[in-house]
Design a protein around this ligand. Sequence first.
Ligand SMILES: Nc1ncnc2c1ncn2[C@@H]1O[C@H](COP(=O)(O)OP(=O)(O)OP(=O)(O)O)[C@@H](O)[C@H]1O
Ligand SMILES: [Mg+2]
Length: 369
Amino acid sequence: MANVIFKDVHKSFGSFVALEKLDLDIRDGEFVALLGPSGCGKSTTLRMLAGLDFPTSGEISIGGRVVNDLAPGKRDIAMVFQSYALYPHMTVGENIGYPLKKRGIKGAARAEAVQKAADLLQLGALLDRKPKQLSGGQQQRVALGRALVREPQVFLLDEPLSNLDAKLRSYMRAELIELHRRLGKTMVYVTHDQLEAMTMASRIAVMHGGHVQQFDTPDAIYNRPANRFVAGFIGTPPMNQVEGTVEGGDFVIAGHRVPIDRTAYSADLHDGPAVLGVRPEAISIGSGEGLPATVRLAENTGHETIVTLELPDKRRISARVEAARRLDVGQPVALRLDPAAIHLFEATENGARLNLDDTPASVIPMRST
Ligand SMILES: Nc1ncnc2c1ncn2[C@@H]1O[C@H](COP(=O)(O)OP(=O)(O)OP(=O)(O)O)[C@@H](O)[C@H]1O
Ligand SMILES: [Mg+2]
């Protein structure tokens, strides 16, 4: 049993507040991603879990045991860093076996454990090589192997794939998913890459400015973003956000009315300023009736075209259409937005989502241990 709980954790460096009121409840065996832009506090969260940094206040527990005052070596965790941190003078086998050597495990027992980890990571044929004779992906697998031999209850991974090229990254992504499936161990994975988080994790904690913005499944993060930050961080291109006003059954943008379904929103939705959110794929481009716009750019990526559209008040939004669709720059069009695909947010900098079908991040139930 190795669930991980952060309870009301705060972390300051001098007067700088890096993390505020961090509450996370990670289930035993779960693959959770901490996702957010640079400086949002991902590594600090992971380092506190590893015992390399200490919370200013609050409680961290692993498997029901409070670890605040426990040395890193006693936490039953293994951490893999972005820089592989392999010993250059040791062979692959010696690198993988090093944590066991330090523990005094010798001979056949150590060799067997190294072999098992190497087989799992397809490094069996490379055991006698030195790190510099390996590719980046192979070196990262050795770093993983060194974590594996310790047979920890919890794996902590801090951007382990960010030094790899795109192709190797997608390969290693699949490998890690498979590894997690086979081991069934709790994994906490730090990344600023939304694709990694969306494809690998069962739940994602989206972080920004030292706060968890939403802790939810990839599906919920994408389809029911809790606020404007999450809506704008996930998706390429991200969700369009257009300021306007709610007036009866319409959302008014630059004097034009877009129909909305008022029953889909909370009682907080009054007539007045709000922000409309719509994903690029939920906009249909036609002619005749609809929100008037002008095509400003059409970027064909091969399998789809991303269209930049200018609204009557010069604001720009993007839409995603099939690659074969022909649109000319300067062409006037009419946009239709499916009311079921419209999100409304409070008209504040990081306004909360007002649709009724969500669970706000603040009321995610804490599981008891
Ligand atoms: N030892 C430290 N002393 C002072 N400030 C620190 C220290 N460690 C981290 N910080 C600050 O705390 C904030 C969070 O840092 P952290 O390393 O957790 O960010 P991150 O989300 O991992 O970012 P990145 O994606 O760039 O790795 C940053 O603003 C950083 O400058
Ligand atoms: Mg970091």
